[in-house]
Design a protein around this ligand. Structure first.
Ligand code: NAD
Length: 449
């Protein structure tokens, strides 16, 4: 679903090769990282409510499991394609290593516009996807989660179908994360990606000696799960959210928007109404004047003069074409792959700090890990416990990446890749997937055994 012709997989490979070469990574480790271990493609013949048959295409790409079972979301979108799913799966391998949780990386998707389907059709399609993936997924093998256009309800259907197929011994509740709380989901999972992103942002700003958030402005592209939770929490933390958008465009509130009112209105209407103003400071929304806000396109939102730009929608939003117009000082990548390598380079030259996706949005998979561990133990944690553990994980990963950047230079993205690759390399060497250079496979120096 990338919106330019740039390939997300090329973006991943470009950065992997650059960081791998400059950090002296074992060449066999890089070879293994370049290719996914397994690609599953399934045809999904769906009987529509009117009796007609439509065939959809589904994917599950299992990139790497050297550090633990495959882990990653499933998206439903008309532009889902193999190149994109493969890149997203590879980024999951890096992301789980960045936050040091015992998983590998995977991603899945169905090429479908879910808004064209009735609820019953969506349920049949979701169940069929799980059925067709068969034994390739499971609590110790590959654990899917929500992503673009999938949610707790879809995870509930996935879980139910999995238990129907595998019975009690299948531990179905641990086979998926992002489930509704009543079906074994974790407190705090729904807000985890946005909340984790805020923890990372605050910790990064703190490292720059910025603790006074008064007047710091943020523009958020994307008003789905990730964008809306992040915007609400950042608003509560003291930032001023001046712009927010969904696929059809957004609104610009120069003095700041009341995000909680916008979320309520969005939940009622099902989408963001860009003709209504929600100014902060307690002005009644209906009484607001046109001067309080103006509609803004997704392209123009990216170019606003704000302190922090937060892409939270889809890939390839900041590209060689628009990078010169980006005025933010910080970019917090809550979406996966929103900045192309060329744009990244240009932002680095201008000293714009890009907090990379594999760190910024890792809160989701971190709480997915908490959900899985709770399921396996059948022992459940409070929301406070989850949020406290999440904060600790996100702060630790942020500080490790800052330290890595201080030590080896380069951008935060390069430092995050270095940290992840180092952990993946250690696991590959220990498992014997690659052999230590100058040593035999059990670690003895050649000739000296
Ligand atoms: P979502 O489906 O809940 O929301 C997506 C939002 O993006 C919607 O507001 C949609 O209208 C908007 N959008 C779609 N196309 C757009 C376009 N062309 N321009 C502007 N906005 C557009 O999805 P989500 O779960 O919030 O995921 C958003 C991003 O965060 C994705 O890149 C996803 O991979 C990433 N992510 C999600 C999670 C998670 O836990 N859900 C975790 C890590 C990363």
């Amino acid at each position: 679903m990338a919106t330019t012709t740039e390939s997300p997989l090329d973006s991943f490979l470009t950065t992997l090769d650059r960081v791998g070469a400059s950090s002296g990574t074992h060449p066999d480790v890089l070879k293994l990282m370049r290719k996914p271990q397994r690609i599953l493609q399934v045809e999904l013949p769906l009987e529509r409510d009117d009796g007609s048959l439509e065939i959809f295409h589904g994917y599950r790409v299992q990139h790497n499991d050297v550090r633990g079972p495959y882990k990653g979301g499933v998206r439903f979108h008309p532009h889902v394609a193999l190149d994109e799913v493969t890149a997203l799966a590879a980024w999951m391998t890096l992301k789980t290593a960045v936050v040091d949780i015992p998983y590998g990386g995977a991603k899945g998707g169905i090429t479908v516009d879910p808004t064209d389907l009735s609820d019953r059709e969506l349920q049949r399609l979701s169940r069929m996807f799980v059925e067709r993936l068969g034994t390739a997924i499971g609590p110790n093998r590959d654990i899917p989660a929500p992503d673009v256009n999938t949610n707790a309800q879809i995870m509930a259907w996935f879980t139910d179908e999995y238990s129907r197929l595998h019975g009690e011994s299948g531990h179905a509740e641990a086979a998926f994360t992002g489930k509704p709380v009543v079906l074994g989901g974790s407190q705090g999972r729904e807000s985890a990606t946005g909340r984790g992103g805020l923890f990372v942002l605050l910790e990064y700003l703190r490292s720059q000696d910025i603790t006074d958030l008064t007047g710091m402005t943020i523009a958020v592209q994307g008003f789905g799960n990730v964008g809306s939770y992040f915007a609400s929490l950042a608003d509560q933390a003291g930032f001023t959210i001046v712009a927010i958008s969904d696929a059809e465009g957004g609104t610009y509130h120069p003095q700041g928007a009341d995000i909680s009112q916008m979320v309520t209105a969005r939940n009622q209407a099902g989408k963001l109404d860009t003709n209504v103003c929600y100014p902060k400071l307690g002005v009644e929304a209906v009484g607001a004047t046109q001067d309080d806000c103006e509609p803004i396109s997704n392209e123009d939102l990216l170019k606003l003069e704000v302190d922090i730009l937060v892409p939270a929608a889809i890939e390839n939003q900041i590209t060689a074409t628009n990078v010169a117009d980006i005025k933010a000082k910080y970019v917090l990548e809550l979406a996966n792959g929103p900045t192309t390598p060329a744009a990244d380079e240009s932002l680095a030259k201008r000293n714009v700090s890009v907090i990379p996706d594999i760190l910024a949005n890792a809160g989701g998979v971190t709480v997915s890990y908490f959900e899985w561990t709770q399921n396996l133990q059948n022992l459940y944690w409070s929301q406070d416990e989850v949020n406290t553990k999440l904060e600790a994980k996100m702060k630790q990963a942020t500080n490790e990446i800052i330290a890595m950047q201080k030590e080896g230079g380069g951008t935060l993205r390069e430092a995050a890749y270095r940290l992840a690759i180092k952990r993946i390399e250690a696991a590959m060497l220990l498992r014997g997937w690659a052999h230590p250079r100058g040593e035999d496979s059990v670690g003895h120096v050649n000739g000296n055994t």
